[in-house]
Design a protein around this ligand. Structure first.
Ligand code: NAP
Length: 328
């Protein structure tokens, strides 16, 4: 039986199914760099399936038999692709199956931030709504008919644009590495340079992958370009933003508010100033976390894994250059 390591989040039915055909070792919440049992199992493992395991040269030096790393996520900034390629190890992700769910989450955070829903929830639950209607100090700002700037017009960016354009009558601006004629036609979206997008948008939504080019993409200078009424939403990865600059921008009124699903360090430190502010809405990196979508992601990751382990081309190779023959 081929040995595989299942790491962190793989849904139970998928794990149970894999166990019928593979010698599965499951690890949760460990430090992969120091756990001796993990490192010893890695010696024999032919596949890894899981969420956000940092796979780098050092880890791979303990994995001489590894053929494939199957991420249960669309993002793959946890993988050192050069180190994998050097060893002809395949890497896969789970695009598409989570797109609508993440777009729902991001748009939900956007509405919650604009309309201050978490504060209002607390107001009612704290028994503060006694006689009068809620006052001016808890009013939010409209979402409909405003301008939404999307940075990263990929699969999820498009699904956000769809919700904003058809559902909320918003004007869409976008910035990506390349222009998207389909988006410009379907959502009447306008392409902008990053600077112009930041200057013109009421809402700025960041949904790029984390790469060397996007690390720190939004910092002090970019926050200064935004309107002081702007609401900033980050659904990408925490490190696409210079978090200290975001904190300052919120503190000094350079922007109005932020809705955040991702943080520079995760789990976010309890004393992070972002958690103490009233003009932030925070969620714990749950873009794709619904029962249905987590299961679909695990199933797709298992499909990728099994294809790679058994000489078939995985449907979601993140770096096709390691395919074909050498990898099997
Ligand atoms: P995708 O289809 O690959 O789209 C990524 C988009 O980002 C593309 O439009 C790409 O532009 C653009 N982009 C890349 N580098 C850029 C740069 N330097 N400047 C401007 N734009 C750039 O990926 P996706 O499926 O939409 O997912 C996007 C990301 O969302 C993931 O990588 C992940 O980090 C994040 N995510 C977060 C959660 C969560 O739980 N919060 C869940 C899922 C995904 P081009 O098209 O021009 O190349």
């Amino acid at each position: 039986m081929k040995k595989i390591i299942a790491y962190n989040r793989v849904e139970q039915p998928v794990l149970d199914d894999l166990k019928q055909r593979y010698d599965v070792r499951f690890f949760k919440d460990i430090d992969p760099a120091t756990d001796p049992e993990f490192l010893s199992q890695l010696q024999e493992a032919e596949g890894i399936i899981g969420l956000e395991l940092p796979v780098n040269d050092e880890l791979l030096s303990h994995a001489p038999n590894l053929k494939i790393v199957s991420n249960v996520s669309v993002g793959y900034n946890n993988l050192d692709l050069e180190a994998l390629k050097k060893r002809n190890i395949m890497a896969t992700n789970t695009p598409e199956v989570l797109t609508d769910t993440v777009a729902d989450t991001v748009f939900g955070i956007l509405v919650a931030t604009a309309r201050r829903l978490p504060e209002l929830d607390q107001y009612v639950k704290n028994g503060q709504w006694e006689i009068e209607a809620v006052g001016n100090d808890l009013f939010g700002t409209d979402v409909h008919h405003k301008t939404l700037g999307i940075v990263g017009m990929g699969r999820i960016g498009k699904a956000i644009a769809k919700r904003a354009h058809f559902g909320f009558d918003m004007d869409i601006l976008y910035h990506s590495r390349s222009r998207k004629p389909d988006v410009e036609t379907t959502f009447q979206a306008g392409y902008r340079t990053l600077d112009d997008l930041l200057t013109e948008s009421d809402f700025v939504c960041l949904i790029t992958p984390l790469t060397p080019e996007t690390e720190g993409l939004i910092g002090k200078r970019e926050f200064k370009l935004m309107k002081d009424s702007a609401i900033f939403i980050n659904g990408s990865r925490g490190k696409t933003v210079v978090e200290a600059d975001l904190i300052d921008a919120l503190k000094y009124g350079e922007i109005a508010a932020a809705g955040l699903d991702v943080y520079a360090n995760e789990p976010v430190e309890p004393d992070n100033p972002l958690l103490k502010m009233t003009n932030t809405v925070t969620t714990p990196h749950v873009g794709s976390s619904t029962h249905e979508t987590e299961l679909k992601m695990s199933e797709l990751a298992a499909e990728n894994l099994e294809a790679g382990l058994n000489g078939r081309k995985p449907p979601n190779l993140v770096d096709a250059s390691v395919w074909p023959e050498k990898a099997t």
